[in-house]
Design a binder for this molecule. Structure first.
Ligand code: GLA
Length: 372
């Protein structure tokens, strides 16, 4: 560019060259500053006027290239495992704060907001939780007292630092003929564990936004049962602010209509909606563990890459159309280098569900998400 400019000015006398050269010099510097040194626009910037863009992390992702990518792309973090009951509260009288603290410290020093995940779930529970010293099931009173003490201890440690919590995770059954999941929480406390968890959470940190979080939230039959639960909670005056659609989706589902209808239905209860654990598997949804079948491939073919890009495009179109109801979208893991879906539920099978590939480079799906 400067070459052309100089050539154009070759015939000018000394005096007339001085001013354009100065202008050129400033323009070039400005260009370098804008294109070269300024950080690249990330998802958080592209979606700045829509919703927060977040990612679930382990402490291992918070250094090196992954940390650079996180800061470039996201403005919100969720601890993938560190705040779940088993890792953070392994024994009744012992908490393990190391991993959770390191994520909170990273988020705070980089100006990222934090979603807490989670306070009450039937999986990844510590062995002591449901039994007494003799291994006998505890009573409802004891279990609720343990829940209260857990919620108070964790939430108060991070009070003012965590803006939203997944309070209850996955309480609704997968079986369409049932309502609530027959978990130890339910067996011991009945429905009260849900209302109690929200009330304790609100008491522990009245400013935190409180979410119910679940998967397959847009399959009409599960959607309607989750809606029934949320409606009941609202009618009883339970302090709940939002619903988390986990968003463990695939190239096969949900359809744009099912996703849009679900958002509209939940939001009609006056709840905000977040996508809390987004990934788009390249395989159909399955939950039961199994081995890879002979002849079954786990190659990320160009056809799968294309289908995934189209699915991501369709999902984000719906999310943008619902920007009034959606307040945050969080991806579950940073890149295809590591996803919880590797080996799950099929051992030996790799998955490719995220926007960045194994080299941390943006995939076709990423280009679709930022193109609007
Ligand atoms: C559920 C939980 C998450 C996580 C995923 C799998 O969606 O809410 O915390 O365990 O399963 O990683």
């Amino acid at each position: 560019m400067s070459k052309i400019y100089n050539k154009r000015n070759e015939n000018f006398g000394m005096k007339s060259v001085a001013l354009p050269s100065l202008v050129l010099c400033f323009t070039a510097t400005a260009l370098i500053l804008i294109t070269g040194c300024a950080p690249k626009r990330g998802l958080k910037d592209v979606y700045g006027s829509y919703f927060y863009m977040g990612v679930a992390v382990s402490p291992q992702s918070l250094s090196g290239q992954e940390a650079v990518l996180i800061n470039q792309q996201y403005n919100s973090l969720t601890p993938e495992n560190a705040m779940k009951m088993e890792p953070i509260h392994p024994e009744e009288n012992r908490y393990n704060w190391t991993d959770a603290d390191s994520i909170v410290n990273f988020a705070q020093s980089n100006g990222l907001r934090i979603r807490g995940h989670n306070l009450c779930w039937h999986e990844q529970t510590p062995p002591w939780l449901f039994v007494d010293a003799n291994g006998k099931r505890v009573t409802k009173e004891v279990l609720l007292a343990r829940l209260r003490s857990h919620i108070f201890t964790v939430m108060q440690r991070y009070k003012g630092k965590i803006y939203a919590w997944d309070v209850v995770n996955e309480a609704v059954d997968d079986d369409s003929s049932k309502f609530l999941r027959n978990s130890p929480w339910y067996q011991i406390c009945g429905e009260d564990f849900i209302t109690s968890a929200f009330r304790y959470a609100h008491e522990a940190d009245p400013k935190a936004l409180l979410f119910y979080n679940d998967y397959n939230t847009e399959r009409p039959d599960k959607r309607d049962r989750i809606y029934k639960l949320l409606k009941k909670l609202k009618a009883e005056g339970v302090p709940i602010d939002g619903i988390g659609l986990q968003g463990h989706w695939s190239i096969y589902e949900p359809s744009a209509t099912d996703l849009s209808d679900a958002i509209t239905k939940y939001a009609s209860l006056g709840l905000q909606v977040q996508v809390t654990e987004l990934d788009v598997s390249v395989y159909p949804w399955e939950k039961n563990k199994r081995e890879l079948r002979p002849g079954e491939s786990d190659r990320f073919t160009p056809a799968l890459e294309q289908k995934q890009a189209e699915k991501y495009a369709a999902i984000f179109k719906v999310l943008r159309d619902h920007k009034k109801e959606i307040t945050g979208v969080t991806f579950w893991n940073v890149s295809d280098r590591h996803s919880w879906l590797d080996e799950y539920p099929v051992s030996g099978r790799k998955n490719y569900p995220l926007l960045f590939n194994q080299q941390l480079q943006p995939k076709k799906a990423y280009q679709e998400v930022i193109k609007f």
